[in-house]
Design a protein around this ligand. Structure first.
Ligand code: FHN
Length: 443
């Protein structure tokens, strides 16, 4: 692949990006212009909220997918779990309906995790769901259900595969050393599997690569993989876990993927936090689950930072998503039904997330999400725009005062929402054009 001269990318990105932006961060794009990138990412940026699903035969043990192979679960036992995998209550329409009721706009499923088990009818490997008692193509049923419901179907795919005899690391099927690993053969098989996923399940919203950090893989193989995926579905979004980073080289893929933490405010490099609703990625009986406050604050802080939240559930061995996780997601959906205008199709800022506040904007509106109230009300740095009107989406009245160097916001304690008081400000100009402002309280 011939790399486009970076200076050309920088110039092109600079021309596309409003003057206030920080230095644009071009990424290795063997395919498109920044404008084309923006087009491809548009639905995803507007979506803001997606469902991550970590599932496989390991749910029978309630241990972590991939990582418990050869640790909590002896390798031979782990690799034989698929023979008992019979999730008779698996219903793709129910999963998709739950995602929709949660306000999630896309679903990313672990079609193949580090343990190598394939949730689709792969001709490249017999270690797949068609050979389990379930005998049904999970990706087929889920992608069809997504299309019926207007939810984007997306797939997670692990570059590393600790079970595959050709991948140099990990243990051979059933346990023991791999006798003759062959990375080129492995990559050929990987491309064969990706071609199956990219040609048989309709439009793939995004490919969520993972497992890019081990020695057998490289930045250069990541560039080759991105080109391969684009050659089949050019509109598929790809995350940054195509390969390890490389000093002095642009990041890979379309967006960054902070994990189990809220990404930093960044309007130039798209990003998506991936986070578990409990502690483990795969299902674990009795795993501690996040409160509604923690879930909503994670979402609001992501969108306030101009990022997405990919929120993970781990279905049980019978195919159901456990009731308490489903109930939590439905609570998030009820909140989004009322206040989703402050999340969907917004951009982060102009106040950057801080201890008490996050903000989002669309057109001439800024939504202030007040997550905590300092004594004496909120004192924010001046907004740099005139506030034409204000309203409290979560109910009650706000007193908004603009002075030269400070924006004062007061809502009576009785009107403050215990999780997020949302104040809608109508401005005399576009909110996105305002230079981002730290939201640390002004003395
Ligand atoms: O090792 C995986 C882990 O099991 C999980 O899939 C997460 C999800 O982002 N990714 C890797 C850890 O970074």
């Amino acid at each position: 692949m011939t790399m486009r001269p970076l200076i050309g990318s920088l110039l092109a990105v600079a021309l596309q990006t409003p003057a206030f932006a920080q230095t644009p961060v071009p990424h290795v794009a063997p395919h498109d212009t920044p404008a084309r990138d923006a087009d491809r990412l548009a639905w995803w940026r507007d979506a803001r909220f997606g469902m991550f699903i970590h599932w496989g035969p390991v749910s029978l043990r309630g241990t972590e997918i991939g990582w418990s192979r050869g640790k909590d679960v002896p390798t031979a036992e782990y690799d034989a779990l698929y023979k008992q995998f019979s999730p008779e209550k698996f219903d793709a329409d129910q999963w998709v309906s739950l995602a929709k009721s949660a306000g999630m706009k896309y679903i990313v499923i672990t079609s193949k995790h580090h343990d190598g088990f394939c949730l689709w009818d792969s001709r490249q490997s017999d270690y797949n769901v068609m050979k389990s008692p379930l005998g049904r193509d999970v990706d087929r049923e889920l992608s069809d259900a997504c299309r019926r419901a207007g939810v984007r179907f997306c797939t997670y795919y692990s570059i590393l595969d600790w079970r595959d005899p050709n991948y140099p690391l990990g243990e051979a099927p059933g346990g023991g050393p791999k006798s003759r690993p062959d990375m080129d053969l492995y990559v050929a098989g990987m491309k064969g599997q990706l071609e199956e996923l990219l040609t048989r399940y309709g439009p793939i919203g995004l490919v969520w690569f993972d497992g890019q950090w081990e020695a057998p893989w490289s930045y250069e193989r990541g560039i080759d993989l991105e080109k391969f995926v684009r050659s089949i579905q050019p509109d598929t979004i790809i995350n940054d876990r195509l390969g390890p980073g490389k000093a002095g080289a642009p990041p890979l893929g379309d967006y960054a993927t902070p994990e189990q933490t809220i990404g930093g405010f960044n309007r130039d490099r798209p990003w998506e936090t991936c986070m578990t609703i409990c502690q483990q990625w795969a299902w674990k009986p009795g795993d501690a689950m996040k409160s509604l406050r923690e879930c909503l604050h994670a979402l609001v802080r992501c969108v306030g930072g101009d990022g997405n939240l990919l929120f993970n559930v781990g279905p049980m061995p019978d195919g159901r998503i456990e009731d308490r996780q489903a109930d939590r997601l439905r609570e998030m959906g009820l909140w989004l039904e009322k206040y989703g205008e402050s999340v969907y199709a917004t951009r982060g800022g102009p106040y950057m997330p801080g201890a008490n506040v996050a903000s989002t904007t669309r057109g001439k509106v800024v939504y202030l999400h007040v997550l905590a109230w300092p004594e004496g009300g909120l004192r924010l740095p001046a907004l740099g725009a005139r506030i034409v009107s204000s309203a409290v989406l979560t109910g009650g009245e706000a007193t908004v005062t603009q002075r030269d160097d400070v924006l004062l916001l007061e809502v009576p304690a009785s009107d403050r929402d215990p999780i997020d008081t949302i104040v809608k400000l109508e401005l005399d100009r576009e909110g996105f054009g305002i230079t981002p402002i730290a939201s640390d309280p002004v003395k």
